[in-house]
Design a protein around this ligand. Structure first.
Ligand code: FES
Length: 749
């Protein structure tokens, strides 16, 4: 978009030289940019928009309160619908937009629409929004960085408005595009669109409205519990629908945009403000009840829509400026909210203001924002979940000033953020999240092994994971039985589903038998999000060794090794060939894979494979305990850190001395307790009411991993490598104890 034309004679006076709604200063901080001109020109003419800009709050309120003198009609009346679409979108239809109409039409339309946006209804949506926000974070939390706008805020807000409208995932692409196209259409009333963009935008916008009209008609026939059905159900006394399908569809396009981009911008702005205001951030992290205030202060300090626009219906003087009938008047909300005559310390980001909602961001009067309750619930929830899951979240060192430059709604498209992945792992342990997945497929992978493919019931992408990750599967009817761990053996590049391989183990406590006998295609299973105790590290060379069902974590590792162009071999053993799962897939790798069933070849020849130390080589092994013991012996002469193992069952350790009593202080909870012989730290913590998650309770799953603040642990788990145990940074409190000679452990719980 071009800047104001230099040298063009101003149509009105005064003009604030230096004000530029297309310049970097405006996009960096609109309120500060207004403040630079407000004292000298509280109302000024801005030739670029061909409109008066009103900067003081008192003036803005006076205009918002007088819809007869200052109409909203021009907001839609000036939209220039292309000739070819005037039959489906005639001027008298588009002028009924809520954002661009006046009473009496506005009153009727708003009455119909607001049924779906009441405060009570929006607050009832909160748990659903929170669950959705977690699912969105699941997808990228392992990455350590994201574009907060597209990866989180737009994703969450789009899904929420779609769910509220009762639209399915097949409509997602259309809805994503619609939010952009609607704003382009709306802004075109003041800032004409250049070709060919104008044609492209209108083609898509009309196609979307026609589609939504059909949906409205369908909901009239078959209503659901959603906004579209609610709006379609409103009828006059004689039974005729109050609004036509075309009118409702028009409003749906408004909600698709307003309900998404403005909240998205607010979430991004909040992250920037919190970064600049560490005290506010610390307060909110300590007290989650403050997140609504963080959101409110964000939208006060930087409203997503910088302006509300009106058209003067009479000659009038405001702030010393002579405004004529027909002139456009833009109320600078960002400026009104930071007017020092009404807001003390206006540029301070203060989440403890006595009246946090004392601002004009959602405007006032008849056009006060219909979706403000949704924006507030969604914005506060989005921030709460984001910082709960990623407490070290911060903007990347370089934040680009990357905006779709529209004076009305400056749309930031990119806010790179980053966080500490180690920190995520700690958070995960605190809140063990679960989800219900559907069994999409079940196949016999070999004698005694079934492979289950799991997917989200709505087809949503599943959380990201890395090779070596496993999930907890809750077995038994309704998930009430044993919790079993299974490695993911699909591809991390396919987020639409996960696969696990389950060996029938008659000797076990019944989890695998339940899966074999009772879990079918279409069943629902409760699972945890992935955790990873068998991390795959980059290396130029790998040796993989798998025994039986231990092949499962190795499969994605092979894919990763292949992708990074590393050299690798796999030695795969099992009782018999027919008991070995996934042989058909592995056959594709030719002689890199050696299949060695015991009844044909005897025990695996680890000596032959690992007798000579190969430089820069990592060994990954998963299988039954005898195999793991054998490989530990066979690699004893390899450099420390070469061997990585994952066990199905705890390591057997012979103890010669009896356990002794020791003291443990849970630093975060401020509780100190005694751990007697025969009891675990985990049991003592649970008894003291300290939240400590656990799963296997035998030191093999990693759920109970806890950071050691001081003291030395006697590590008895089967997860940490000898080097990690030696480093003594964390311990598995279900099995490990205080080391001999250490009477007191201080733990981060
Ligand atoms: Fe599984 Fe402690 S609960 S390692």
């Amino acid at each position: 978009t071009e800047a104001p034309t230099a040298g063009a004679p101003p149509a009105r006076c005064p003009v604030a030289h230096g004000f530029d709604a297309m310049g970097d200063d405006y996009y960096t901080d609109p309120a500060q940019h207004f403040a630079a001109v407000r004292d000298e020109h509280p109302v000024f003419f801005y030739p670029y928009l061909n409109a008066w800009i009103v900067t003081r709050r008192d003036d803005a309120e006076a205009i918002l309160g007088d819809w007869q003198k200052f109409t909203s009609g021009a907001n839609s009346g000036l939209i220039d619908v292309p000739e070819r679409y005037r039959d489906v979108m005639p001027p008298d239809l588009i002028s009924q937009m809520l954002v661009g109409s006046d009473p009496p039409s506005h009153t009727v339309h708003r009455f119909v629409a607001q049924r779906g946006f009441t405060k009570a209804r929006m607050e009832a949506l909160q748990p659903e929004i929170e669950a959705r926000a977690h699912r969105v974070v699941d997808k990228f939390e392992a990455d350590g960085r994201a574009n907060l706008v597209s990866d989180y805020a737009l994703e969450l807000t789009t899904q929420t408005i779609m769910a509220h409208m009762g639209l399915g995932y097949e409509d997602e692409a259309m809805m994503r595009q619609l939010r952009d196209d609607f704003f382009a259409v709306l802004a075109s009333a003041q800032e004409p669109l250049p070709e060919p963009r104008r044609s492209e935008v209108w083609d898509r916008y009309i196609a979307a409205t026609l589609y939504l009209r059909e949906v409205v008609e369908q909901r009239r026939e078959n209503p659901g519990e959603d906004l579209i059905s609610d709006m379609a159900a409103v009828r006059e006394k004689d039974g005729t629908p109050t609004l036509s399908a075309a009118q409702i569809a028009l409003h749906l396009t408004e909600f698709a945009a307003a309900g998404v981009d403005s909240t998205t911008q607010a979430i991004a702005n909040a992250v920037l403000f919190l970064d600049q205001n560490p005290e506010a951030r610390a307060d909110a992290l300590a007290d989650p009840g403050l997140w609504p205030r963080v959101f409110e202060e964000t939208v006060r300090r930087r409203p997503s829509s910088t302006f509300a626009s009106r058209q003067a219906q009479a000659d009038v003087e405001i702030g010393g400026a002579q405004i004529r009938k027909g002139d456009m008047v833009w109320l600078a909300l960002a400026s009104a909210n930071t007017d020092p005559t009404r807001t003390p310390r206006p540029f301070e980001f203060d989440i403890h203001r006595p009246e946090p909602e004392d601002h004009l961001t959602f405007t006032q009067g008849r056009h006060t924002c219909l979706g403000q309750s949704l924006a507030r619930v969604q914005g506060a929830t989005a921030l709460k979940v984001l910082y709960e899951r990623l407490p070290s979240l911060r903007p990347a060192p370089e934040v680009p000033l990357e905006f779709v430059r529209m004076a009305l709604l400056p749309v930031r498209r990119n806010l790179p953020v980053e966080w500490d992945v180690a920190d995520v792992a700690r958070q995960q342990k605190k809140v063990l999240r679960q989800m219900d997945l559907t069994v999409l497929g079940r196949t016999e992978a070999s004698d005694g092994v079934v492979a289950l493919t799991l997917g989200h019931p709505d087809g949503e992408a599943l959380p990201s994971w890395k090779p070596g990750a496993h999930i907890d599967v809750h077995t038994g009817v309704g998930g009430a039985g044993r919790v079993c761990q299974y490695s993911l053996c699909s591809s991390p590049a396919r987020p639409e589903s996960w696969r696990i391989g389950v060996l029938r183990e008659p000797e076990s406590r019944g989890g695998s038998i339940f899966i074999h006998d009772d879990v079918r295609e279409g069943s629902t299973v409760t699972v945890s999000w992935p955790r990873n105790n068998f991390r795959f590290h980059d290396s130029p060379r790998y040796v993989f060794v798998a025994g039986g069902i231990g092949i499962t974590p190795i499969i994605p590792m092979i894919e990763a090794a292949q992708a990074q162009g590393a050299e690798w071999t796999l030695l795969y053993g099992g009782r018999t060939r027919s008991s070995m799962a996934f042989l058909d897939e592995l056959a594709a790798h030719g002689d890199r894979v050696q299949v060695r069933p015991q009844d044909e070849f005897g025990l695996l020849d680890l000596e032959g494979l690992l007798g000579d130390v190969a430089p820069d080589t990592l060994i990954y092994c998963c299988g039954p305990e005898p195999l793991l013991q054998a490989i530990e012996e066979a690699t004893a002469h390899w450099p420390v850190g070469s061997l990585h193992t994952e066990r199905f069952a705890p390591k057997k350790v012979v103890r010669t001395e009896p356990d002794t009593e020791f003291e443990v202080e849970f630093a975060e909870s401020g509780v100190t307790a005694t751990v007697p012989p025969g009891r675990s730290i985990l049991e003592v913590a649970e008894e003291a009411g300290i939240s400590a998650l656990s799963s296997c309770q035998e030191g093999t799953c990693g759920t109970c991993e806890t950071r050691i603040v001081t003291g030395r642990a006697d590590h008895r788990d089967s997860i940490l490598t000898p080097a990690e145990q030696d480093a003594n940074a964390t311990m598995m409190i279900c099995v490990s104890r205080a080391a001999k000679g250490c009477p007191r452990l201080v733990l981060d719980r």
